[in-house]
Design a protein around this ligand. Sequence first.
Ligand code: ZN
Length: 157
Amino acid sequence: MNKEQLRKMKEQIEKRENAVELVLGEYCSQDGCPCGFRKFVFWAGKEQGPGWMDNIQNQLVDSARKLECFSKLEKYEKACWLEGAFYCKNCGTRWNYYSEEWRMLAFRKRLQIIDEDDPNKLFDEAIGDEIFATVGHEPSGKKALSLEQWVEFMLEA
Ligand SMILES: [Zn+2]
């Protein structure tokens, strides 16, 4: 990777972080936490892969876990790829945090409300257009949103 490619990659990551933080900030200023927003429930918890990961979703999960409203649960039921659980001090919702290493050093992250239905079908199977896929395993038949479209989608009522 040359300097120019590296610079572009860093820029892309920063743009993604900023977009995610903007969305989470908006949720928290409205409600104190993101838990009540169905689009958050969907995007943080939807299924990824099998042959690809959604970079926006991974960033959303990582940034959400750092929100002040979430505290770590010490006790949770162990399950495959389950890395931890969180309790929302603002509204009482409990979340499972999954991180699946699907390729060497590449992870698919999900936050799911404990004891709730799989959020995968909440919205028309949208994904971010920033996808990292194994060649030949790119997602098909899904609506891909650019970062700007994603922010709009997440914030529209
Ligand atoms: Zn909450």
